[in-house]
Design a protein around this ligand. Structure first.
Ligand SMILES: O=P(O)(O)OC[C@H]1O[C@](O)(CO)[C@@H](O)[C@@H]1O
Length: 524
C-alpha cells in the first residue's frame, strides 16, 4: 500500500471521540471491509452482552456476580436505587474524609497534619492507584506525598519505610484488599503496623481501609478502631476497580482530580456504548485485537506510550488484559487456552531496548502506540525550530512506519494531553475493549480461577516448610532424610529449596555437598 492509499485509509477509518478529543487510528492494521462485515454478528452479540451487563445481568456466571464498574462513573445507570445511593454516598464520604485529612481535622497521633499516604495492596488493589499517582501526581503540589507497598518482599517493604523515614508519624496508611485476606497485603500491613509500634505510635490512629464488608480486614478495622473503612463491592472486580474506592481513596488523598478521572471515564463509556464499530473505539479496538491475534492470542500486544507519565499504563493493562482474557475454558466449558500477552514500557526509550526485535526479528506482536499531542515540560528548542517533543513525536511516527514497512501491524490512540480526564478515558476504553473481546472469543472476562492454583500451591509450600523446620535437629540431614522423616518423601526437592532459603536467612544451618542430594541441614 502506497503513501496515498494509506492517507486515504487513515481518513476513512479514523474513529474519533469528539467529547474527549481522542481518536483511534487502525489504518496500520490491514483492516478490510470484509473483515468488519464478517465480524458483525459476533460484534452484535458483544454489544448485546455489554448492554445486559450494564443493566445488571450476571455477567460473571462462575462467581454468580454482576459486573458494575461502569456504574461507578454513572451511578444513575446502576440497576437498583440502593446501588446508586451506595456509589454516591461512598464518593461523598471519601471526599469528606480527604478534605478533613487535608485540613488537619483528621490528624495523626502526634503531628498536626498527615503529609504522606502509604497505600498497601496488590494487583487490582495497587496497579491503578500506582499508575495514577505517577501519571497525574506532582511531588511539589500533591497534598499528600504518595507511597506504595505492593508485595510481600521484606526488602521492598523496608525500602519504602526508609523512604518515609522520620515522617512515619505523619503517614496515613491505606490498606486495600477486596477480599481482605490476600497474604501479600496482610504481610505488608503487619510489617508496617510493627514499624508504627516500634516508633511508639498507635497504628490504628494512622490507618484506613478499603475492603469488602465482613472481610477479615474489615473485622480488624472494627476491632482496632481504625480511622475509616470504605467499601469494595462484590460487583466490582479488582482489575476494574480504579474508579471505585480503590482508586478514589489514595487519589483524593494525594490531591488528584479524581472527579475529572470519573468524568473522563464516563465520557468514554458513552462513546463506547454506540452499536457501530466505526464510531465506537472500544469495539474497533476489540476487532483489532481479534484480527491481529486470529482471535486466539497468536500475537502479543506491545503497548508503547510516547510519554513518560504513561510509563505504568502497560503494567496496569497487563493485569486488566491478561487476568481477564487468559482463560483455559470458554463459557461452554470447552478447552480454548485464550489470552493476549501484554508488555511495554515507553517510547522512545524502547527504541534503544527491544524495538530492534520488533522491526527485524520474530513477527509475533502488534503494537499499540499512544500518541500525546501536547508536549508539556519546559519546551525549549534543541535545534533551530525543533524541540525535544518534536523528536519524541517524530520517533513515534518513524517507528510506526518502519514497523509497518516490515509487515508489523499497529493501532494508534491519540490523546490531547495526559490529564485526569484523559487517564480516566483511557482506563474506560481498555476496560470495555476487554469486555467486547471476551464476548467475541466466548470467555468469562471477570473471573480468575487460575490465580487460585498458585495461591494454594504457595500455602502448601509454607505448610511443608513448617514440617521441615520441625524435622531439623543437631544432626546433619539431607533433604531426602528430612522428607522421609516428616512423611513427605515425594517433597524432597521443595524441602531442599525451603531449607536453602531458611539457611540463607540464618534460620537453619546448611553444609553444601557436591550436589543438592548431599547437602545437609541442621537446626541453628
Ligand atoms: O483486592 P484483593 O482481594 O487483595 O486481591 C488482589 C488481587 O488478587 C487477585 O485476586 C489475583 O491476583 C486479583 O484479581 C486482585 O486484583
Amino acid at each position: 500500500m502506497n503513501a496515498q492509499e494509506l492517507w486515504k485509509r487513515f481518513q476513512t477509518s479514523l474513529c474519533q471521540v469528539p467529547a474527549l478529543d481522542v481518536s483511534l487510528d487502525v489504518s496500520r492494521m490491514a483492516f478490510d471491509d470484509d473483515f468488519v462485515e464478517r465480524m458483525r454478528p459476533a460484534l452484535d452479540k458483544a454489544f448485546a452482552a455489554m448492554d445486559a451487563l450494564e443493566k445488571g445481568a450476571i455477567a460473571n456466571p462462575d462467581e454468580d456476580r454482576m459486573v458494575g464498574h461502569y456504574w461507578l462513573r454513572a451511578p444513575e445507570l446502576a440497576p437498583s436505587a440502593e446501588i446508586t445511593a451506595e456509589i454516591k454516598d461512598t464518593l461523598a464520604a471519601i471526599e469528606a474524609f480527604a478534605a478533613k485529612v487535608h485540613a488537619g481535622a483528621i490528624r495523626p497521633e502526634r503531628k498536626p497534619k498527615f503529609t504522606r499516604v502509604l497505600s498497601i495492596g496488590i494487583g487490582g488493589s495497587a496497579l491503578g492507584p500506582e499508575f495514577l499517582a505517577d501519571a497525574l501526581g506532582d511531588p511539589t503540589t500533591d497534598k499528600l506525598h504518595a507511597h506504595f507497598i505492593d508485595n510481600t518482599d521484606p526488602d521492598g517493604i523496608a525500602r519504602e519505610l526508609e523512604r518515609i523515614g522520620a515522617a512515619l508519624d505523619e503517614t496515613l496508611v491505606v490498606v486495600m484488599s477486596k477480599s481482605g485476606g490476600t497474604p501479600e497485603t496482610r504481610n505488608g500491613m503487619l510489617v508496617v503496623a510493627e514499624a508504627f509500634r516500634a516508633a511508639g505510635l498507635d497504628f490504628a490512629k494512622h490507618a484506613a481501609a478499603v475492603t469488602g464488608a465482613g472481610s477479615k480486614l474489615d473485622q480488624t478495622v472494627t476491632k482496632e478502631g481504625w480511622l475509616a473503612r470504605f467499601p469494595m463491592w462484590d460487583w466490582v472486580g479488582g482489575r476494574t476497580s480504579e474508579t471505585s474506592a480503590v482508586g478514589l481513596v489514595p487519589g483524593l488523598l494525594q490531591g488528584l482530580d479524581m472527579k475529572a478521572v470519573l468524568a473522563g471515564a464516563a465520557a468514554m463509556d458513552e462513546a463506547t456504548r454506540v452499536h457501530d464499530a466505526a464510531r465506537n473505539p472500544a469495539a474497533l479496538l476489540a476487532l483489532t485485537w481479534y484480527l491481529a491475534t486470529d482471535g486466539r492470542g497468536s500475537k502479543d500486544m506491545v503497548v508503547l506510550p510516547y510519554k513518560d507519565r504513561l510509563l505504568l499504563f502497560s503494567r496496569y493493562l497487563q493485569q486488566l488484559v491478561m487476568e481477564s482474557l487468559g482463560k483455559r475454558l470458554d463459557l461452554d466449558g470447552n478447552r480454548v487456552d485464550q489470552g493476549i500477552s501484554v508488555y511495554g514500557n515507553k517510547g522512545s526509550t524502547d527504541q534503544h531496548a527491544y524495538v530492534q526485535q520488533l522491526r527485524d526479528g520474530v513477527n509475533n506482536f502488534f503494537a499499540t502506540f499512544i500518541r500525546v499531542l501536547e508536549d508539556g515540560g519546559a519546551g525549549g528548542e534543541v535545534e533551530p525550530g525543533v524541540t525535544p517533543g518534536d523528536y519524541l513525536h517524530g520517533f513515534l511516527l518513524g517507528t510506526r512506519e518502519a514497523l509497518f514497512a516490515n509487515d508489523r501491524k499497529s493501532a494508534t490512540i491519540t490523546v490531547p494531553r495526559v490529564d485526569a480526564r484523559i487517564v480516566g478515558a483511557l482506563i474506560a476504553l481498555f476496560e470495555r475493549t476487554v469486555g467486547f473481546y471476551a464476548t467475541l472469543v466466548g470467555i468469562n472476562a471477570y473471573h480468575q480461577p487460575g490465580v487460585e492454583a498458585g495461591k494454594k500451591a504457595a500455602a502448601s509450600v509454607l505448610a511443608l516448610q513448617d514440617q521441615a523446620r520441625a524435622g531439623l535437629s543437631a544432626t546433619p540431614q539431607t533433604a531426602d532424610q528430612i522428607a522421609a522423616a516428616v512423611g513427605a518423601p515425594e517433597s524432597a526437592e521443595t524441602i531442599y529449596l525451603v531449607l536453602e532459603h531458611l539457611a540463607a536467612n540464618g534460620r537453619a544451618t546448611m553444609t553444601r555437598g557436591s550436589h543438592p542430594g548431599l547437602t545437609t541441614f541442621q537446626a541453628v
